[in-house]
Design a protein around this ligand. Structure first.
Ligand code: PEP
Ligand code: MN
Length: 667
């Protein structure tokens, strides 16, 4: 026991050292901000940030630290430094005391978001709840409050139309935004079984976001309430153990009720974006990244919207949101809400606005405000040699038009520039060779976590792991199902890796799509047309594996099924076909990888693991697939291949995987 105490004291001393170092760093950041201000230098220098992170990763490795940990910690530190520099450039919004109006009662999500936004001046800010959004607007207009906070959109439920309509006629301007993660909890008076709950009270939006969870509660009624915190207050007053509310954990604390379940919303990632409004706009230094929100109407004639959008294109303005709304009182006429990246003080944005005025019938700037989120710089864990390999020109289109008749959407000339499939930020088909690695099957929380860590450390891009396994024998390990999906998603989130996993049946598509960033269709299902149709209807990218007996054109026909449903995010995977050869598990068809690039615009990756069936051939086949131009690789790895529950003989142990990654990266 005494030893533990001594070590804890040492840890505390190290932590204090870290804090002191951070504080010294802050002071330097202040000085650098002043120096930059004097010369008017930009705050961000992405290539310097990238270099800095790479050096830190290398230094960290020499000290025995994971690249992942170093990237994460310093990502946070760099972001803090940027925020500090931006804050300096912004005039203090209100040196005095200010009052913020929100809709709802204490404990509402709007209040929590407001507290987050006003965190730097909480000691001189008060918050006041109003019954409706309209009253919030009126309170700010009348000077009863200095600021208002209004939810404008939710990532599951969409835009909050009432707020948009209010903003378009309010005498207010948007001065800021806050993006708030909404994690709904099921709250009760005490610990009760789910089956005992008879009614769940909450705001209709919150109920809608938890529909799937609620539909699983037997004999339970969803009761709409004006707001989430009020629902909590109500169950507390009623003192009835059969009542529950859906609200935030903060509301549970505030009203002293029990959190029975966390994260009951249908979408794991559920965010609400709030606008902060005030009577007057404050000028914003041009070096602070900003958004500008507008509402405009175009004449009722062909090409009017296109003309407006081409003005933005002409001035190289990035549009981050476009939404149409009916104009009240003018049936079937619409106006558009736009969010642009940029500051109205920049000549580029001013010129775009002037151009827009010429082609619209009305245009109002709702506000210009600092952007909430900062794109993170990521160090490249790859040496430049691999990039050279990716710099090949697009292959020429196929000469014969007849060949592509059965797959008009997939054929090369439907999109000669090639498709880039983006899986949570990772671009497949864009030039760099994307490595997808992980175990054949998710076997335990710890196993997939170890794999994820290795995938991240080696500079690979996506994490794979089967949860529903298509096994030749029903007596073999069939995968962990939903439990596996949860472990996989958790490991992906911890190491910031998008995850891909196989879906076996049309009925599981919705479930798998909820947890995975990319859905895999296995070789055995390549011509399961109802499954192809179902994944074609979902919004997630698809990794389609070639059937072991399928011709190249049948393979493209299968891709066509997915494209025909409207999902264009398809990556093809050559994983070896069955030939007369028996010494390898399958025969990797390198010719197919080469010709597919001529026949189709879809990216093509290679899976040397399933092709070889034995680990000693995985590296040479991977390099061969690279040589014929594949856009990525799918590799099976395992912390202890001898004990793997499936495909152990072809799994690379971690060291061999690291060696292969090094040779793929050019040494
Ligand atoms: C897999 O990738 O785990 C798999 C089952 O592959 P295939 O469908 O290519 O056999
Ligand atoms: Mn496998």
């Amino acid at each position: 026991m005494e030893e533990v105490e001594t070590i804890r004291n040492e840890l505390a001393a190290v932590d204090t050292g870290i804090l002191e170092a951070l504080s010294r760093r802050r002071a330097l950041v202040e000085r650098i901000a002043q120096a930059k201000e004097r010369v008017g230098a930009p705050i961000r220098d992405p290539s310097r940030e990238e270099r800095l992170l790479e050096e830190l990763v290398a230094a960290g490795r020499r000290l025995g630290l994971d690249a992942h940990v170093v990237t994460r910690v310093f990502g946070e530190i760099i972001e803090d430094s940027l925020r500090c520099q931006h804050r300096r450039l912004l005039a203090d919004p209100d040196p005095g005391v200010s009052c913020v109006a929100f809709q709802g009662v204490s404990g509402a999500y709007s209040e929590a978001a407001a507290r987050r936004y006003f965190a730097p001046q909480l000691d001189r800010t008060s918050f006041r709840g109003f019954a409706t959004f309209q009253e919030v607007v009126e309170a700010v207009e009348a000077g009863e409050a200095d600021y208002g906070i209004l939810p404008v959109e939710n990532t599951s439920a969409g835009s909050i139309n009432e707020v948009y309509d209010l903003l378009s006629c309010a005498r207010l301007t948007i001065v800021g935004e806050e993006i708030f993660r909404v994690d709904h909890c099921l709250l009760t008076l005490g610990e009760v079984p789910l089956s005992a709950i008879r009614a769940v009270l909450s705001h209709p939006q919150a109920l809608a976001q938890c529909m799937r969870f609620l539909s699983r509660l037997p004999q339970c009624e969803a009761r709409p309430f004006p707001d989430t915190a009020m629902a909590v207050r109500k169950i507390k007053e009623e003192a009835n153990p059969e009542l529950a509310a859906i609200a935030s954990e903060e509301a549970a604390c505030l009203y002293g009720v029990h959190v029975l379940r966390r994260g009951v919303q249908d979408q794991r990632d559920n965010f609400t974006r709030f606008a902060i409004v005030a009577r007057k706009a404050a000028p914003i230094d041009r070096r602070v990244p900003c958004k500008t929100s507008l509402v405009m109407a175009t004449p009722h004639e062909a090409g009017a919207l296109l003309k407006a959008l081409s003005v933005l294109h002409q001035h190289e303005v990035n549009l981050v949101k476009l939404e149409s709304r009916p104009i009240p009182g003018l049936p079937f006429q619409y106006r558009f809400y736009l969010d642009l990246e940029g500051n109205t003080a920049e000549p580029r944005i001013a010129a775009a606005l002037a151009g827009l005025r010429r082609v619209t019938t009305s245009l109002t700037v709702l506000g210009c405000y600092p952007t909430h989120d900062y794109p993170r710089t990521r160090p490249r864990l790859r040496p430049p040699a691999a990039e050279r390999a990716g710099e090949q020109a697009a292959p020429p289109p196929v000469a014969s038009a007849a060949a592509g008749g059965a797959y008009p959407l997939a054929r090369r000339d439907a999109k000669p520039e090639g498709t880039v499939v983006t899986v949570r930020g990772v671009r497949i088909g864009a030039g760099e060779c994307v490595v997808i690695a992980g175990p054949c099957a998710v076997e335990s929380r710890e196993q997939i976590r170890q794999c994820a860590r290795q995938v991240r450390e080696c500079g690979a891009h996506l994490l794979r792991g089967g949860c529903f396994k298509p096994r030749t024998s029903p007596h073999s390990f069939q995968g962990l199902g939903l439990e596996g999906l949860q472990y996989l998603a958790e490991a992906g989130a911890e190491f910031d890796l998008p995850v891909v996993t196989e879906v076996l049946s049309p009925a599981d598509v919705e479930l798998v799509a909820r947890w995975a960033d990319m859905l895999q269709i296995g070789a055995r299902n390549m011509q399961n047309f109802s499954l192809l149709t179902e994944v074609g209807r979902c919004q997630k990218p698809v990794l389609l594996k070639r059937g072991m007996m399928a011709t190249i054109e049948e393979f493209l026909g299968a891709a066509e099924y997915i494209l025909a449903q409207g999902n264009h995010q398809v990556v093809l995977c050559e994983r070896g076909i069955r030939t007369f050869e028996t010494l390898t598990r399958n025969t990797l068809d390198l010719g197919a990888i080469a010709i597919l690039q001529r026949l189709t615009h879809l990216p093509v990756v290679a899976d040397p693991s399933h092709a070889a069936g034995r680990r000693d051939l995985v590296a040479p086949l991977a390099l061969a697939a690279r040589a014929v131009g594949c856009h990525g690789l799918l590799l099976e790895i395992h912390p202890d291949p001898a004990r793997a529950l499936s495909d152990g003989p072809q799994a690379l142990p971690f060291g061999e995987f690291a060696d292969l990654m090094r040779s793929l990266q050019g040494g």
